[in-house]
Design a protein around this ligand. Structure first.
Ligand code: MN
Length: 263
């Protein structure tokens, strides 16, 4: 797959004065472009070509991961900002109040988390599988989807995000950035079930877990990885392939070779 610079959803000067045209020209036009060029160079003609950004983020490490995640993170970040901020939708306000106490407390906690990241990184608002919201600090190219969270909002706290406009004043940049957040988009992302399912699938693939059930062809007993076979010392969550060879069917005593994947 050849990755290309995603469109910026507003004009280069649209976020002034909080984010200057010069910052956008460098941050979007040069930094993001460089991550894209690096990613293409690292993946073209390799086993990684053809994989999506999400697949690369969830299954690789090192330079491929760093560049894929930086492309995803920046695309997401620029698409989280708007020159025409809208009020926070009630459902998002509800979830934030439920999980952080109030919108104001959330802002205080998020700003602290973003300001406190040591060195380069990203502060995220992300949602777990149960729907609970979390503030997550990530270093460098980190992305919370690797830990199974769905990203909802982020602020880039690499120096390149603010040094032109704010020099070393990261906290002031975060405060001004807050006024650019497109809360309606953030709220919509809470319901992006396709992304949730994709992340769950990829996390499972990454773990290399085959959670299929296997049936004993002799007696019909079914091995369910989510239950395991605790009486024989097989913990719940053990894929069939990871069961030791000496294990036998607890119902009829035949070996593993007499099991086949349930259809
Ligand atoms: Mn950046």
């Amino acid at each position: 797959m050849i990755f290309t610079l995603p469109p910026l959803p507003y004009a280069m000067d649209a976020l002034e004065p909080a984010m200057s045209q010069e910052t956008i020209e460098y941050h979007y036009g040069k930094h993001l472009q460089t991550y894209i060029d690096n990613l293409n160079r690292l993946t073209e003609g390799t086993k990684y070509s053809g994989l999506s950004l999400e697949e690369l983020i969830l299954t690789t490490t090192g330079p491929v991961f760093n560049n894929a995640a930086q492309v995803w993170n920046h695309t997401f970040f620029f698409n989280t900002l708007t020159p025409d901020p809208v009020e926070m939708p009630a459902e998002l306000e509800f979830a934030i109040t439920r999980d952080f106490g109030s919108v104001e407390e959330f802002k205080v906690k998020f700003k602290k988390a973003a300001t406190d990241i040591f060195g380069s990184g990203w502060a995220w608002l992300a949602q777990d599988e149960a729907g609970t919201l979390h503030i997550i600090q990530e270093s460098n190219a980190g992305n919370p989807m690797r830990a199974g969270y769905k990203p909802l909002m982020t602020i880039d706290v690499w120096e390149h995000a603010y040094y032109i406009d704010y020099r070393n004043r990261r906290a002031e940049f975060i405060e001004k950035c807050w006024g650019l957040i497109h809360w309606e988009k953030v709220a919509q992302r809470m319901h992006d079930d396709i992304l949730i399912a994709h992340i769950a699938d990829m996390a499972e693939a990454k773990a290399g877990k085959d959670m299929d059930r296997y049936v004993c062809i002799t007696c019909g007993w079914v091995y369910d990885p989510s239950e395991g076979d605790p009486e024989s010392g097989i913990a719940p969550g053990t894929p069939f392939k990871d069961i030791p060879e000496e294990w036998v069917c607890p119902a009829c005593g035949v070996g593993k070779e007499y099991f086949e994947k349930e259809r």
